[in-house]
Design a protein around this ligand. Structure first.
Ligand code: GLC
Length: 756
């Protein structure tokens, strides 16, 4: 910096004049300095650093930043091996996904920083969906905890572990609302409710990103899949999505907006089309809505080769056309498709794409790297010491165990079949999921180690100790027709004081590319259950699954059913805590369990229709119903039992200005202390757009000790009661409202009031 050399003669007769001049001179220097940031100062994104760097980049180097390449440590799609070192040294990889370990990441980062012309660091990402090495319950399970603090904590732990192993970016949270359990990816989401899904989206972003992305134990989140992927027709993976903008705005977009309001650093486009336009080439979605309306300031990454797939969709003629459509729509980074890498240069040279558009995408990627502090220290996540202290430590495993117990949902419990008395002397665990390590981790197990997962058998053995005889027998496979193991299973049941049936799906039967046309218990598990239950022994079913299942037959037979989903590394320990009453189950379903597939989609916040069921005329024919099934599901949204019982009373609803105050008393009328999720639903009786029969508008999870009673208060504003209109504006309409409060979406106290 050339400082202005200003010679001056200080007045000899007054100190104050000299100090005034010195001060003035100092201020001038500082002002000059502020105007010319040295290149090594990394201010907020968008400061001079990014522009200065961008100005130095060649078109090839810019396009290299828009290329996200998959390494081979994990395979999450149609994989073509890439020479990661080579592509990095050629400055053709702005990001690398599916890579792991500090050693490997340091080596690649070194190549990027020290062996390329500009030394731009690489962004390393992975699908850390429910934990990195310490695997938590699948997200659908965690959502059933209705515990936002716990969900945030699991994401914090996941970020601690992932960053300790070199990673900076996770493709999470997945916030796709879905009402169709045939779709395997319901396992990755937060169920069917938009209000809850939006709060959970925020919790994940807070957990991963913390309040300082410059730290070395926080990572950038990526909210996905934008948008409406969960509404795939027939629940078939990657299938068409067709819906009104009103439905999109009301039910599917809010969790994305919630994540953006929580400052999520990136967003991923979905594979599907929305009403004829694929998300990845959807200018309305990626620019008009995301940028112009929502002012999203992060970057847009595609899903795996989804630009290439614009050709399959019939939306692009070829890869070159696909690149043009995606870039013009607002995509910034191409995951594993190499479409930008192979076509953008010629598109710019031909004038089909402006270099300014490329610059805009590059700027967003560079700004993300600035936000993460990668230019300050490209090796900030490569600390071998942290591998020893910040992965699968005691605290992290304790959080995992707590999250298992809190995600369990008690679906049925006749004659206090559960909890199991600790006086029981022999326990038979029967079923194909009774001692399976790999299945406990569910789908998207990242760097999880199945051998470290605690199975149900191991968890119970540890719980009861060597004085109790605990034996496991498979009885049958998860999914075949062989019943030859039934006899041995029945024999063991007869010899035991207590039987636990461990039934459900394999972990891989949900998640991506795992849609099912039949969501019954697979194979001959129902028959096994029947044979064992018919022995008359006290029997509890422990269910392991990644989606709601049509377990109507099981529900008829079994005296007790505990839904445990896939609990992750600490599954067996957390489930044993619940089975033996060391934790009183508090989970509530966030996705409806249908009686049969024919009811799907079936969800709690449905419309009333013009011919709703009439309790006064239960057999009247001409109503919205089936001739072969009830309308109501097997288990509704928000449902879950406790070992104790809760009594709701004294519901009051008062309107005061712009607010509505709701109050209710909840008493613990049973024998055990227990947590209850008190749920508030609202029905707007009349609207220019018809409203659902009820919508979740609040919930509070609290401990109520046995014999205790608590008053729970909610306050809603008119904004909370607003809804979208055909012009996509959102507003409240005065009129008659019904307020429901209860422990699930079906059994409620209710009050009706008129709101102005
Ligand atoms: C997969 C998934 C997406 C994931 C990505 C990277 O196909 O759709 O959720 O983040 O590819 O693995």
């Amino acid at each position: 910096m050339k400082l202005i050399q200003q010679s001056f003669t200080a007045s000899r007769n007054s100190i104050w004049k000299r100090s005034f001049i010195y001060t003035f001179f100092l201020v001038v220097v500082l002002l000059m300095a502020c105007d010319q940031q040295p290149e090594t100062t990394f201010g907020k994104p968008g400061d001079k650093f990014v522009e200065t760097l961008l100005a130095k980049m060649t078109l090839e180097e810019k396009i290299g930043q828009l290329n996200l390449v998959a390494s081979s440590d994990f395979v999450t799609g149609d994989f073509e091996e890439t020479d990661i070192a080579k592509i990095t040294k050629e400055a053709k990889a702005g990001g690398i996904l599916n890579i792991r370990s500090v050693e490997r990441i340091r080596t690649v980062q070194k190549a990027a920083v020290e062996e390329t012309r500009l030394g731009i660091p690489v962004l390393f990402g992975l699908d850390v969906i429910h934990g990195y090495k310490t695997i938590f319950p699948i997200p659908l399970a965690l959502s059933c905890s209705f515990d936002l603090g716990l969900i945030e904590e699991t994401a914090r732990v996941a970020a601690q572990e992932s960053t300790a192993d070199g990673l900076a970016w996770t493709y999470s949270p997945m916030v796709d609302i879905s009402r169709d359990p045939r779709w395997g990816r319901v396992a990755e989401g937060a169920g069917e409710d938009t209000y809850l899904g939006s709060l959970i989206a925020k919790a994940y972003v807070r957990g991963y990103q913390g309040n300082d992305l410059q730290g070395n134990n926080t990572m950038m989140a990526c909210v996905k899949h934008f948008a409406a992927y969960g509404a795939a027709e027939a629940g078939r993976e990657y299938n068409t999505v067709d819906m009104s903008k009103l439905t999109l705005y009301e039910w599917y977009l809010p969790p994305f907006k919630a994540a953006i309001d929580e400052e999520v650093g990136s967003i991923m486009t979905s594979f599907n089309e929305i009403s004829g336009v694929p998300s990845t080439s959807n200018h309305w979605l990626l620019t008009e809505l995301l940028r112009n309306d929502w002012h999203f300031n992060g970057f847009v990454v595609t899903d795996y080769t989804s630009i290439n797939e614009l050709v399959n969709h019939g939306n692009a003629r070829d890869d070159k056309n696909a690149a043009e459509l995606a870039m013009k729509a607002g995509v910034d980074m191409d995951m594993q498709g190499r479409v930008f890498l192979n076509n953008l240069k010629v598109l710019v040279e031909e004038g089909q794409i402006s270099e300014e558009l490329v610059d805009q995408a590059v700027r967003r990627i560079l700004e993300a790297k600035v936000k993460l502090g990668l230019f300050d220290d490209p090796y900030k996540y490569c600390d071998e010491e942290r591998v020893k202290t910040d992965i699968m430590n005691e605290n992290q495993l304790a959080v995992a165990r707590e999250s298992v117990a809190k995600s369990c949902v008690l679906l049925k419990n006749e004659n206090k079949t559960l909890p199991i008395s600790k006086n029981v002397k022999s326990i038979a665990i029967i079923g194909p999921l009774g001692n399976s390590k790999k299945d406990m981790l569910g789908n998207w197990m990242a760097a999880g180690e199945p051998e470290k997962a605690v199975t149900l058998l191991e968890g119970i053995q540890k719980k009861v100790g060597s004085d109790v005889k605990v034996q496991w027998i498979e009885g049958c496979k998860v999914d075949d027709s062989d019943k030859s193991g039934f006899a041995e299973a029945v024999k063991l049941a007869r010899q035991s004081d207590y039987v636990i049936l461990a039934l459900g799906e394999h972990g891989w039967m949900s998640g991506e590319a795992a849609s099912r046309t039949d969501i019954n218990l697979p194979g001959v598990q129902n028959e096994l259950a029947e044979a064992v239950i018919n022995t008359g022994k006290p029997t509890a079913v422990v269910l392991f699954n990644g989606r709601p299942l049509t377990i109507t037959k099981l529900d008829e037979m079994a005296p007790a059913i505990l839904e445990t989903w896939f609990g992750g590394t600490q599954a067996g320990n957390g489930i044993a805590d619940v089975l033996f009453g060391d934790y009183n189950p508090s989970g509530k379903l966030t996705m409806t369990f249908p009686r049969n597939l024919g009811q799907v989609p079936v969800y709690y916040n449905h419309k009333n229709t013009g011919r709703p069921l009439d309790p006064e005329r239960p057999d009247f024919k001409y109503l919205s119903r089936y001739i072969d099934s009830p309308n109501n599901p097997l288990y509704p949204f928000g449902y879950g039992l406790s070992y104790t019982t809760f009594q709701y009373s004294d519901l009051t609803v008062n309107s005061e200005g712009e607010q509505v105050h709701i109050s209710v008393s909840v008493a613990n009328t049973g024998e055990d202390d227990g947590e209850e999720v008190v749920q508030l639903y609202v029905q707007d009786k009349v609207g220019t757009i018809t409203r659902p029969v009820k919508e979740l508008k609040g919930f509070k999870k609290l401990m109520i000790k046995k014999g205790e009673s608590k008053t729970i208060d909610f306050t809603l504003t008119k904004d909370d009661l607003a809804f979208y209109h055909p012009d996509l504006s959102k507003s409240y309409e005065p009129g008659e409202f019904v307020f429901f409060v209860g422990g699930n979406s079906q059994d409620n106290l209710q009050k009706t009031i008129d709101l102005k």
